[in-house]
Design a protein around this ligand. Structure first.
Ligand SMILES: [Zn+2]
Length: 590
């Protein structure tokens, strides 16, 4: 990693000049006024609107959405790189509260729309201009059975600031302040997690135990937060009539509970054939009988500790994108010509990586914590996939677009796949091939299999929460059981990893999100398998077309050109078979 050259940082000034920008207050006031006027104009009248007036209302909502997304997007991105800066978090909180406060004036619209008869709805939709908003209106409509009265909806929205959202914010800020000591030096959450990929087993062990120790030290706070988040969700779920803790998430994703259950079941049935088999090989490659919990992501002994400079990472990712599709490549290049990526880790910066797009018709921003490892290159490929995915659907309309996690991870995981395949193709020695394959399988297991073990953890935790608060000890127990079952007999899972569930951010800020990784991985694996076989004509164009429609089309529709159907059980197994296929290759090489 070149230390002398400053790493690229993102520039948010196209939204606001900074935390003190006066335009922030102006926009907050404007949003409040528009929301207030909107309620005065339309409340109690939605049923009587003709097509022109209804269209006018939709356009007003769209305009308010633009202001809210700009404010919310800026406040959240601005604080992501400075979590410990009180000014940034104060702004974030102020914006969230202001938007929430005015936003409750808009609640009536969806409720009144959902009271319209099917006939009235189809009359409105027969107008071409309104038909453009069909994905949005369909989304509003499917909440019909789970809606509460306007008063309760408004109260829930208002109370969210001090309940659900408050705990999520507390969790994030709390975790970002924790320090982990390894080799006598202090590290933050993001930095310490990188040690799991260190070549030295002693460093991995020290860091692994330290993460667990710090988590254990704060387990009272974290378990308290988690219990609150689960209960908060349960209260609302019960009022709305959702059957299972994951049902509300599944509704948002347009996935049936049964589909998710079938995915989870199929993956579980593959623990032994894939994960166990792999860790057995990994133990052999590492020269031990059993690997430790923190060795799962360890590099192989003969693996070169290749470091990538930022420029090398960019070049290799762009090259792989270009080999697959010059069209995709030209979309991707923008990200490096413009200040859209925040590259290096910094104090107070959020760990991990993400891609966030405040406005549907604007460009996304990428946050990375790049330190130059091969995995960081793949993470770049991943987040860039998200970024390109967004760019391909900018014309879908502000209201129509919504991120659906199950397809949200397709472009990202596919992007990683492209870079991996190009690394594999360029591998010169047997050792290099082995280490690349091992790394990829490791990664696929982390995505397709481990996330399902996470899923079972949260299903059980939420179910037990219904009977009362779940203790730290019990949460540890569930965690260890799920880890043991998924990792198998060649991974040592003991007290030294009992608290790691506290580190899985998704459990806190997006309950029941984790299965989406597995869902998407199986989808991508199936797609990639088709690409390798070369049986789908014009694969590249069909793929880009698929990306442009993921958030507005139904599954059957978007996967039909590939002959895939995620509702069928064979579909999941098909995706998992690609991992087995790579495992066979790895076994043959060893
Ligand atoms: Zn992602």
């Amino acid at each position: 990693m070149t230390k002398c050259k400053k790493m690229p940082e993102w520039d948010l000034s196209e939204y606001y000049k900074g935390t003190d920008d006066k335009k922030i207050d102006e926009d907050i006031a404007q949003y409040a006024k528009k929301a207030n006027d909107f309620a005065l104009k339309y409340r109690g009248k939605v049923a009587k609107l003709d097509a022109d007036a209804f269209l006018g209302a939709l356009k007003e909502i769209e305009e308010m959405d633009r202001i809210a997304s700009t404010l919310g997007g800026f406040a959240s991105l601005n604080s992501a790189t400075q979590l410990t800066n009180p000014k940034a978090s104060a702004l974030y909180q102020r914006v969230v509260e202001a938007l929430n406060d005015s936003g409750k004036n808009l609640v009536f619209f969806a409720l009144e729309y959902n009271k319209l008869s099917e006939k009235a709805v189809s009359n409105l939709l027969s107008d071409e201009r309104i038909a453009f908003y069909k994905p949005y209106l369909k989304r509003v409509r499917k909440y019909k059975p789970f809606e509460l009265s306007e008063d309760i909806e408004k109260t829930l929205l208002e109370k969210d600031i001090t309940s659900g959202s408050a705990w999520v914010r507390f969790y994030e800020e709390f975790m970002s302040r924790l320090a982990y000591t390894v080799g006598g030096k202090d590290y933050n959450e993001a930095e310490v997690s990188k040690f799991s990929m260190d070549a030295d087993p002693k460093v991995r062990e020290e860091a692994g135990k330290e993460i667990n120790r710090v988590s254990k030290e704060h387990s009272f706070e974290v378990a308290y937060i988690y219990n609150m988040i689960m209960k908060d969700k349960a209260v609302e779920d019960e009022k709305r009539g959702f059957k299972l803790p994951m049902s509300s998430r599944n509704l948002a994703e347009k996935v049936s509970d049964e589909t998710v259950e079938s995915l989870a079941k199929t993956v579980k049935a593959n623990y032994k054939n894939i994960a166990w088999r792999f860790y057995k090989l990994k133990a052999k490659l590492l020269g031990v009988e059993k690997i430790e919990y923190w060795d799962r992501n360890a590099p192989l002994p003969f693996e070169d500790d290749k470091k990538y400079s930022w420029q090398e990472a960019v070049d290799s990712v762009l090259k792989a994108y270009n080999e697959f599709s010059p069209k995709l490549h030209s979309v991707a290049r923008d990200f490096f010509d413009k200040p859209w990526i925040d590259v290096a880790p910094k104090e107070g910066k959020r760990g991990g990586a993400f891609c966030s797009s405040p406005l549907v018709d604007g460009h996304p921003f990428l946050l990375l914590n790049f330190v130059g490892k091969r995995n960081d290159v793949l993470t770049l490929a991943h987040e860039l996939g998200h970024g390109c995915h967004h760019q391909l659907r900018r014309n879908n309309g502000l209201l129509n677009e919504t991120s659906r996690m199950t397809t949200e991870e397709v472009a990202s995981v596919f992007g990683e796949m492209l870079v991996f395949q190009s690394m594999l193709n360029n591998a010169k020695t047997r050792e290099e091939k082995i280490s690349l394959l091992a790394m990829k399988i490791n990664d696929m297991i982390n995505t397709a299999i481990r996330q399902i073990a996470f899923h079972f953890f949260e299903v059980r935790a939420h179910n037990e929460r219904k009977q009362g608060e779940v203790s730290v000890e019990r949460l540890n127990e569930i965690w260890l059981e799920e880890m043991r079952e998924s990792l198998g007999p060649w991974v040592n899972v003991d007290e030294n990893s009992a608290h790691i569930w506290e580190q899985i951010g998704h459990f806190f800020f997006l309950p029941f999100y984790v299965y989406a990784y597995s869902f998407a991985d199986c989808v991508v694996n199936s797609l990639y398998w088709l690409k390798l076989q070369g049986k789908v004509q014009d694969f590249e164009d069909k793929y880009l077309e698929l990306l442009s429609k993921t958030a507005i089309g139904d599954y059957e529709e978007i996967f039909a050109p590939f002959g895939l159907n995620p509702e069928s059980e064979a579909f999941w197994q098909g995706g998992l078979n690609l991992i087995s296929y790579y495992l066979d290759e790895l076994e043959a090489l060893i």
